[in-house]
Design a protein around this ligand. Sequence first.
Ligand code: ZN
Length: 202
Amino acid sequence: MTALADQVVELGASLFARRITSGRTGNISVRDGDRVLLTPTGVSLGALDELSVLSADGEHLSGPAPTKEAFLHLAMYRARPGASAVVHTHSTHSVAVSCMAGLDPGDVLPPLTAYYAMRVGALPLVPYHAPGDASLGALAEEMAREHHALLLANHGPIAAGGDLAAAADAVEEIEETARIFLLLRNTATTPLTPGQVAALRR
Ligand SMILES: [Zn+2]
């Protein structure tokens, strides 16, 4: 395996061990030159071995069959030419928030902490699509042009980053902030002010 593939296997084991995604859910990809290495379909992130290799336009070049959510990863790369990695999970608290009524679809979570504001920023909600509905790819691509992280309704977060660590950090930050948000429901809270958020993004 290449060093990049090793990093994907290591990240998958770490996310799985910490229950950021469980069962055989979640998928990771990384750009390797003009190819994309992607976690295979039907495999736990905790037990990755060989990765699927795709061309940039989604042709399966070698390795096992890729995750059925490969189209989402490719949509993120098309929308964000500077992105080198994409992480998608079905993290419990993020999924819980993605099922709530009355969310602001343009920005689902408040900026409760500086790390969230820096690593995620605004988190728009992508309306629900049934598994395998390819129109989700077109919509995610459109929304990802403005945002490196998205929350798929009734499904989970997806984030692109300049490297694997950045993409994983964003997904983990979404999950932790979703957890804090749920802990604070029914509690008056003081999110960061727009001025404080703007200062962090400078
Ligand atoms: Zn998914």
